[in-house]
Design a protein around this ligand. Sequence first.
Ligand SMILES: CC(C)(COP(=O)(O)OP(=O)(O)OC[C@H]1O[C@@H](n2cnc3c(N)ncnc32)[C@H](O)[C@@H]1OP(=O)(O)O)[C@@H](O)C(=O)NCCC(=O)NCCS
Length: 229
Amino acid sequence: MTGGLARARDLLRLVFTGRGRRMWQAVSYRLYSNSASVGLRRDLREPHLAPAAKRPFQVRPLTSDDDLAWLDVREPGLSDEQVYARLGQARLLASGLQTCHVAVEPDGQACYMQWLILSHQNDRVRAFFGDLYPRLAPDEALLEGAYTPEAYRGQGLMAAAMARIAERADQFGARWVVTFVDEGNAASLKGCARAGFVPYLRRHERFRMFRRFVSFTPVSRAASSGTII
Ligand SMILES: CC(C)(COP(=O)(O)OP(=O)(O)OC[C@H]1O[C@@H](n2cnc3c(N)ncnc32)[C@H](O)[C@@H]1OP(=O)(O)O)[C@@H](O)C(=O)NCCC(=O)NCCS
């Protein structure tokens, strides 16, 4: 299933579970909106001390044994936003995109997830996301789908785990790791900066009657230094 179809299915699901308001918000965004994201990248050849989190963890690829119960949208008391975010993660899990990594606690419980996507998956990225990302060069990797379950947030997990997941790209021959963050997502921008990522692109997204127009403009190094932490 393409990303668009999967999203349409999830929007219907929102209606049938009494979350029509969130569905309408998503639809009106696609009818008419202008938004921007920050493209950030990290040069793995430049040393960066990965920050520590408040709890110990290791990163590794997700396995079918991992417990991701924290993505269950039937959990009582969830806000519309939480359900919407969980559905987005579930879509990515079903997308066939490799490779989802998790941070796991010493007892094996997953407490963070994020995809490290290598350039051989360019076509799959395009099939799922459309033109939302620039095509990856052979020495580039993309980080997408950062998610810390609510119970684990605010403990530095994103920054610490993202830094370590990014570094795994090195063994696959990537020098640059890139990621994109909605410019209003302060938590994620902070996490990226602490994980050693600096802005290099600005992505402009316009929706007009369900048609999306995406463009990119470079961010100068001078303009990007020290702006986000
Ligand atoms: C973004 C996200 C991954 C951050 O995870 P996390 O493990 O809690 O991140 P960290 O603990 O490293 O915290 C990052 C910083 O953002 C801060 N922060 C959290 N929510 C915030 C908010 N709404 N506004 C501003 N800052 C916020 C944290 O307090 C922390 O800063 P501090 O250490 O100076 O207090 C998590 O909030 C999440 O999963 N959100 C939903 C999905 C999402 O937005 N993913 C990112 C897509 S690019």
